[in-house]
Write a protein that binds this ligand. Structure first.
Ligand SMILES: C[S@@+](CC[C@H](N)C(=O)[O-])C[C@H]1O[C@@H](n2cnc3c(N)ncnc32)[C@H](O)[C@@H]1O
Length: 280
């Protein structure tokens, strides 16, 4: 039984980093003429209201997209991300947040494809409504971690797989690595972005070691921490492990991450990591 609802967390500091990276990756794919396929194994509801319901419970978006909304000094890549969210808030008030499926949908060209998996029956209905009629997009009410393998390699031979689980179960940390290994075996040239939270640093160390010893090459990690590691206050940092990133990503993150760390983090204890987990 799934209890996680992304609506509580939409637009928080973790979404900001994840969606900026997603945007960078898809912009890179869009630079070449050949079509690409994007697979989102844990799509969520797509469109999130920030002015009512779950989002107001802890107002997590206030220390995320909320802190970027009115600023005029955004680094370029951050400005492009905020602009995407502004397109969904035409009156200038921040009332909607776009999840990964809607961000990806905006980056698709006519020839590109987007495949979305969502297991929660309520969220899959929201997702279907928020995507609307779009021949480029396929939505599966199914387990993305198990079933996305069947889509690989995509006929386009160019593609991104975003893996963004809720980590409700501790076994998720092992399952994601096994899924990545299996997917990479089928589609070794694909780009993969695995999101992770930092709740208990020991789990992350185990996850990183498992990737490092998996045999997969060319792996980068980017992480933003808004508070020091602790096991007592829930998620204090989050990041992405990216296989086969575009060569431009590290340089872009070297500009973006220090800036985000200052703007979203607690003075003195916030931090970022940009690390090569496995060389090419
Ligand atoms: C972190 S949220 C996704 C957020 C979304 N990717 C975004 O960035 O906007 C995780 C979602 O995965 C769904 N989920 C959990 N396990 C799943 C699975 N095995 N396959 C597909 N969806 C799953 C949950 O219902 C939840 O909506």
């Amino acid at each position: 039984m799934l209890s996680y609802r992304h609506s509580f967390h939409a637009g928080n500091f973790a979404d900001v980093l994840k969606h900026i990276v997603l945007l960078q990756l898809l912009e890179h794919f869009g630079k070449k003429d050949q079509p690409f396929c994007c697979i989102d194994t844990h799509a969520g509801a797509g469109d999130y209201r920030l002015d009512s319901g779950y989002a107001l419970k802890n107002s997590e978006f206030e220390n995320g997209i909320g802190k970027l909304w009115h600023r005029h000094d955004l680094p370029d890549a951050v400005a492009r991300y905020v602009q995407l969210i502004k397109c969904a808030n035409s009156d200038g008030k921040l009332t909607h947040y776009l999840g990964s499926p809607l961000i990806a949908q905006q980056l698709l060209r006519t020839k590109d494809r987007l495949c979305l998996y969502e297991l929660h029956s309520t969220d899959v209905d929201f997702l279907t409504a928020s995507i609307g009629k779009d021949k480029r997009v396929k939505i599966f009410h199914a387990d993305g971690l198990k079933n996305a393998l069947g889509l690989l390699p995509p006929p386009e031979r160019r593609g991104l797989v975003l893996i963004d689980p809720s980590y409700e179960l501790k076994t998720d940390y092992v399952d994601v690595v096994n899924a990545l290994i299996a997917m990479h075996k089928r589609f070794a040239t694909g780009t993969y972005a695995l999101w992770y939270p930092v709740v208990d640093r020991r789990r992350n160390q185990t996850l990183e070691r498992a990737i490092q010893t998996s045999g997969i090459k060319n792996v980068q990690l980017v992480e933003l921490g808004i508070a020091a590691d602790t096991t007592e206050h829930g998620m204090t940092a989050s990041g992405l492990i990216i296989i086969n990133p575009p060569w431009t990503l590290t340089a872009q993150m070297q500009t973006i991450l220090p800036w985000l760390t200052n703007v979203l983090g607690d003075n003195g204890v916030s931090f970022y990591r940009i690390q090569t987990l496995v060389e090419e």
